[in-house]
Design a binder for this molecule. Sequence first.
Ligand code: DI6
Ligand code: FE
Length: 403
Amino acid sequence: MHSNSKQLWRDVQVFDGQALLDEAMTVRVDDGRVAGMWPSRAFAEADAQGAVEAGQGGVMTPGLVDCHTHLVYAGDRAGEFEQRLEGVSYAEIAKAGGGILSTVRATREASEEALLAASLPRLDALLADGVTTVEIKSGYGLTLSDELKMLRVARRLGELRPVRVTTTLLGAHALPPEYAGRADDYVSLVCDEMIPAAAGEGLADAVDVFCEGIGFSPAQCERIYQAAQAHGLAIKAHAEQLSNLGGSALAARYGALSADHIEYLDEAGVRAMAEAGTVAVLLPGAFHVLRETQLPPIDLLRQYQVPMAVASDANPGTSPICMPSLMANLACTLFRLTPREALAGMTAHAARALGLPELGRIAVGAAADLCLWDIQHPAELAYAVQSGRLRQRIFNGVITHAR
Ligand code: DI6
Ligand code: FE
């Protein structure tokens, strides 16, 4: 099918990225964009002129936006999963050189081709669940060349598959063993070499940090933000995941697109995010896998009207889950989001967390990244955990997945 085709979907229930429209709609897509949207009962057949009938009935949502993943990596951590079942904590495993560092060893050893081959099935799983935009982080290389290798693989994934990929340099994910006791020197490597190279080669859209006791201090993260700003890259943070260091407020002060995890976020942090327009990215997969008990401050985020996104955090340690629709379910069951909030979190708010507010919504003029689901009501996406409901995945106006 051609991207310049003109297509018509009739009688669909539209969730537009924020809410369910209150009557069945007819949607026309011309040349990769939504060209018209009418209540079906008022649709004038003249407006169907020249368009192919592409579908009838079902629920139409924006294509899903997975705004936080670490899906490029080599190796696996099933052994650590078993250790954790025996009572060893995530932080203990990390301190003993496992955790993120075990994936770093495997990723450094992998060639670019091997890394690509290992990552492709994970991307395909996301696509099969309706994803049309995905953010992919580095952070398992931790040398200049291995971080760039990961970012190149992420970019190549976006060329191999019909999906928009945004890339994030996460050089400050963990301290590599060769820098033990010299964290500030490693931060200098991130600031003086990784960020300039990733920006110069167009390999990164944003810079992220792991602001945590087992990661990097707020002062170190601040240096990284200054370097990112100097090179025109957007800013994100893994913050307040395991403790409250004020990383989200720091990120907000630097105009961050998002602060992610945020289980330990306090009211001052929520206020700082609201003032800066920083999106709260909720990662219920990591919360679930780590069996965390500290809930993110959902009521405060609502009260301060901080937009909440929901993402998979797909990674080999804390969220080995490549199923965004399960994240909608977990966001509701674990964090008590409403299904409407969870879906907005995986579409409009997730797009905003990537600095792409024109995506993640269905509106006349918007890019036609769409999903057509075989369900009666959008809430079913969060309510039931079930594959096989995606009838069509439409990327840039082209149907790329159809049963
Ligand atoms: N927080 C997380 O949950 C992931 N990274 C991070 O900073 C975990 C990554 C891993 O365990 O491999
Ligand atoms: Fe993460």
